[in-house]
Structures are given as C-alpha cells and as structure tokens.
Design a protein. Structure first.
Length: 154
C-alpha cells in the first residue's frame, strides 16, 4: 500500500476535528455511546470533559475499557480507538485540559463554550483520559478498489 498513514497523520487528522463518539459498557454489559468534545496529545491520548453523574462516567468506574470513533464530516475518513479510560484528578492537569478544550473551540470558530456538559445539573465536572491500546486510521477517499488507506498505528 502506498502512502501508509503514520501516527503523525492520525494526530493531524484528530486535531482538525472536535467531536468524538465514546462507547462504554455498563456493569450489566449494556453498550452506551455518546458524542463528546475532545482534545488529543501527540501520544494519541484523548481527553474529555464530563460530569460524575453521567452514564459514561459511571460505566468507566466499573469497566475502564472503551472505544472511540472520530470521523470526517464530508469524506469517508475515520479513526477508531480502543483503550483504557482513567480519571484525571490532578488540579493542574484538569485546568490544562479545560483550557485546551476552550482554545480548540475558539480556534475552530466553534461557539460551544461553555461546553454542553456544563448544562447538566447533577454531578461535578470530571476529566477523562483514554490511553489507546489500538488505533486504526481508515481513508476510503477516492472510491476506487484498492485505493483505501487503512493502517493500525498503535
């Protein structure tokens, strides 16, 4: 395959997008997916703001294995992640992540600040980190057989 996507390509793709779908599983094995604003670091760790009363937060308390999908709005490109979720408890890291989400919102011309999660009444703001164990990039742009770029970068 020509032009195999690299980790840097995946990072660049992710920084151009704001919304990911985070999938969790309850302790009764029921799936749950929710759209969330995110930021990502160069190691492809994802960071999300949520509240401690949400299903996703409660599910992660009992099962830290999650999946994430980020897709392009107008082209057949996506990144799929499997990973382990954890809660960021360090106040400095929490402020840093909140600032990054705000800066990303402003730089992309989005008007979702404060973030939608702040509109939920119950629970405290929590910062989730997802450390990827698998990361796949799929690019079907071009539409011709044999032209797809699919790469597992982690």
């Amino acid at each position: 395959m020509k032009n195999v996507p690299t980790r840097k390509d995946v990072f660049n793709f992710l920084t151009k997008h704001s919304v990911a779908v985070l999938a969790t599983v309850s302790e009764k094995h029921a799936p749950h997916a929710s759209a969330m604003y995110f930021v990502v670091d160069e190691e492809l760790n994802f960071f999300f703001l949520t509240k401690s009363s949400t299903r996703r937060f409660l599910h992660i308390q009992t099962n830290d294995q999650v999946a994430i999908v980020v897709s392009a709005n107008n082209s057949p490109q996506s990144v799929q992640i499997e990973g382990k979720a954890s809660i960021i408890s360090d106040p400095w890291q929490q402020r840093n992540i909140v600032n990054q989400v705000a800066e990303k919102s402003a730089s992309q011309g989005k008007k979702f600040w404060p973030p939608p999660v702040s509109q939920l009444q119950d629970g405290e703001i929590a910062i989730l980190k997802v450390t990827p164990t698998v990361c796949c990039y799929c690019d079907f742009f071009g539409g011709e057989p044999g032209r797809a770029k699919i790469a597992q970068v982690i």
